[in-house]
Design a protein around this ligand. Structure first.
Ligand code: PHE
Length: 446
């Protein structure tokens, strides 16, 4: 086999890249970060960053990956020979490592909820009781570590089997199904008593709530939900045949992602206000709200179990991409090494993630700058490492790749107009680096 496997179909790549993008970021993280940052104004800022920076950066990562047809580190090496630019790929590996270490904690929570729902343990409680059950569950050290392990184990098993066989197949059914269930959920949530307040909270911006910290969080969130800045998308697009349109793939991924974020917001906030819960209650928000909404539907627990299964799937397809980027660099296309590294790295991530899992229980009091270990890992990834990676990529592309070559690469299989290409190029070359640096300076000095 050639060094790079290829996706078995055109749609395979879009599904896998969308699978990496759509996950906890849009469904779990967006509602609670928006809830903590005042709702509407955060939502608008997030959308602006997604379109102005996220989309162009996604396309930039795609161009790097398909031009170089290599893993996240060697792609930079082959485009900028003899330079230190491959450290951007190494930064991506480190970021993905930390990312999966806490991502798997939340993945584990989904597994617990799924098991509880299937075995009937979630039926007929009140909203306060759901909160209590959830709090007890995630503060149980053995339980939370075991399910975190299970989540990572599934990730290892899939990634060790290789890109095509492992990641591609199931997405075809699961992603559309998730979408449909989300619609059901939104309808229920919007018809709850007092739902209007939640819609106002999400969609009516109150710009007095915007601080430099909010802007940074909105930017970090836009990178997080698109998997941008960690070279995961460089890795995935390197498996892509030359005849597929990159702009089309990037814009459909961004479109689906915005839609899912909107659906998640419309599912959560009306319910939050209807049940009198606190929008700023942090990482537990989704898990406290969802069971109550589902319990108010006919066949609610059946729907909830199905939703959790699909949600778990969405989280897993993102987790695969985090492990995949590291394993593909280390194994360089050798199948036996792939297996070995999937296990070694996967297990190391699990061990590194244990303190994050425990920070909702016995390590809850351990804080630095007012943040638990879990929050700290998340903050470092979303608001420091990912923006740094994104900044470096936005400098790398115009500096080390010829404009005419980029145009050729992006035009393959598509009808990209020169003017649109020029807009993209300016966004990457000027807007992205200036904006990212400005946001960071604003936070540091603010
Ligand atoms: N985009 C994923 C999510 O929203 C998270 C992710 C970030 C995955 C970076 C890979 C790389 O859940």
């Amino acid at each position: 086999m050639s060094q790079q496997e290829q996706w078995s179909s055109k749609i395979g790549f879009i599904l896998a890249a969308a699978g990496s993008a759509i996950g906890l970021g849009a469904i779990w993280k967006f509602p609670y970060i928006a809830g903590e940052n005042g709702g509407g104004a955060f939502f608008i800022t997030f959308i602006a960053f997604t379109i102005l920076l996220g989309l162009p950066l996604l396309l930039a990562e795609f161009s790097i990956g398909r031009t170089a047809q290599n893993n996240a580190v060697d792609s930079y090496r082959s485009i900028a020979k003899g330079t230190k630019w491959h450290y951007v790929g190494i930064l991506g590996m480190v970021t993905s490592f930390i990312l999966l270490s806490f991502y798997s904690v939340v993945g584990g929570w989904i597994i617990i909820y799924l098991l509880k729902t299937i075995t009937g343990g979630m039926a007929g409680l009140s909203s306060a009781q759901y909160g209590e059950v959830f709090g007890q569950t995630i503060s149980n050290p053995l339980l939370s570590i075991s399910v975190q392990f299970l989540f990572i184990l599934i990730t290892i098993l899939v990634v060790s089997r290789g890109v095509q066989k492992g990641i591609e197949k199931a997405s075809r059914i699961m992603m559309p199904a998730l979408f449909v269930l989300f619609l059901v959920l939104v309808v229920r949530s919007l018809t709850l008593e007092g739902a209007g307040e939640g819609i106002v909270f999400l969609l009516q911006p109150d710009f007095s709530k915007i601080t430099s910290q909010t802007v940074l969080e909105a930017m970090g969130q836009s990178f997080f939900t698109l998997s941008v800045g960690v070279s995961v998308m460089v890795t995935y697009s390197s498996y892509l045949p030359k005849d597929q349109s990159l702009p089309k793939a990037a814009s459909s991924i961004v479109g689906i992602n915005i839609l899912i974020v909107l659906l998640a917001g419309l599912a959560i906030f009306p319910a939050v206000f209807s049940f009198g819960l606190e929008p700023g209650s942090g990482p537990v928000l989704l898990f406290n709200v969802l069971p109550t909404v589902f319990s108010q539907m006919p066949l609610g627990m059946g729907f909830f179990a199905a939703f959790l299964l699909l949600f778990l799937f969405a989280a897993l397809t993102s987790a695969f991409s985090m492990l995949e980027i590291i394993v593909s660099v280390l194994s360089k296309g050798d199948e036996r090494l792939r297996q070995k590294y999937a296990w070694i790295i996967g297990l190391s991530i699990f061990i590194a993630g244990i303190p994050s899992a425990l920070s909702f229980g016995i390590l809850g009091e351990v804080t630095l700058w007012d943040k638990t270990i879990f929050d700290l890992a998340d903050y470092a990834v979303s608001n420091i490492l990912m923006p740094m990676g994104a900044l470096l990529i936005s400098i790398f592309v115009p500096l080390k790749m010829k404009k005419s070559d980029l145009y050729e690469e992006l035009k393959r299989g598509s009808t990209l107009k020169k003017a649109v290409f020029n807009v993209w190029y300016s966004l990457i070359r000027y807007v992205a680096p200036i904006l990212i640096i400005a946001v960071m300076i604003d936070v540091i000095t603010g």
